[in-house]
Design a protein around this ligand. Structure first.
Ligand code: RIB
Length: 301
């Protein structure tokens, strides 16, 4: 069995139900939506697919249910060449997310996700996947699976010198000693405020130089390099749907970092990929292929 992967993702797998609406209904109100889409999602799966589309060898570790959504999720990994040996079918429903895109809010989204099978991942499943985790060039994690499993993977990666990135979304309080063991932690602006309550983004980044990278949507991303606070601008594109843009950023950052080991270059690449992904609806179909990214770079520099 092949055990060498560029990127190993441990995390969530969802089916996303998209509702395009003019405005959110009030309590007790029924409204008519404008469009509906039924698309693959889940932060973990989104990151795995985005990394594969950028030309990496990727393996996914996670859980899906027994019914149709689980079957579709596995077929989707096959479609994009993501190894799913450690995607387990468990007696629960596959995670689902309700994504609303509001016209009145400049097409911004709100997401309610219900974890289902994502909560069924166990330490035993991680133990079975250790041969591929140990040889990964980098491991990606988010917080849509139990925190104790996330911590277990971080400890294992740290002990085995495997670089690991955490996307702390949806945010949960993390122990200091766990954060210390991460190579990078990449929250968005809302999550970084949840992490550091009243600190400014600049002060927060200064606490974790070269480790904490904050994504800021169309404004790109920021970090502190021990000398100064750095702002790396995003690209300007027509906005259709931001769902999964943070996942594309994470995958693209990892993809570039394992090659260049340069944080700033990796953020620039990730900004381009995440920016390109907001021009289409959905979290996975919208993420760019490496050919599309290279074409964009060639024609926009
Ligand atoms: O980051 C976007 C993802 O968050 C969606 O695909 C949805 O499934 C939720 O998990």
């Amino acid at each position: 069995m092949q055990t060498n992967y560029d990127i190993v993702v441990v995390g969530s797998i969802n089916m996303d139900l998209f509702f395009e609406i003019n405005k959110m209904p009030a309590l007790g109100e029924t409204i008519e939506g404008q469009a509906f889409h039924f698309l693959q999602g889940g932060k973990g799966a989104n990151q795995a697919i985005a990394a594969a589309k950028l030309g990496n060898k990727v393996a996914m570790i996670g859980c899906v249910g027994q019914a149709a959504f689980g079957v579709l999720a596995v077929k989707n990994f096959e479609k994009y060449g993501v190894n799913h040996t450690h995607v387990y079918r468990v007696p629960d429903y596959t995670g689902v997310a309700c994504v609303t895109i509001q016209q009145s809010k400049k097409r911004d989204n709100s997401i309610i996700s219900v974890p289902g099978a994502n909560k069924r991942i166990t330490k035993d499943m991680i133990d079975q996947a250790k041969p591929i985790i140990k040889k990964a060039k980098i491991v990606l994690l988010q917080l849509e699976i139990p925190l104790e499993i996330v911590e277990y993977v971080i400890e294992y990666c740290y002990d085995n010198k495997v670089p690991v990135i955490l996307n702390p979304s949806p945010y949960q309080t993390m122990k200091q000693e766990i954060i210390q063991k991460l190579t990078f932690i990449i929250p968005n602006e809302i999550e970084v405020h949840q992490m550091f309550s009243n600190h400014s983004i600049e002060l927060s980044c200064a606490q974790y130089p070269n480790k904490l990278i904050v994504t800021r949507g169309s404004m790109g991303a920021v970090f502190h390099d021990r000398m100064e606070f750095k702002i790396i601008d995003g690209i300007k594109v027509p906005l259709i749907d931001t769902t999964g843009a943070g996942d594309v950023f994470l995958a693209a950052f990892a993809s570039e970092y394992i090659k260049s080991k340069q944080i700033e270059e990796s953020i620039t690449f990730a900004n381009i990929c995440a920016g390109m992904s907001v021009m289409k609806i959905g979290a996975q179909e919208s993420s760019p292929t490496i050919e599309e990214v290279l074409y964009y770079i060639k024609h926009n520099q």
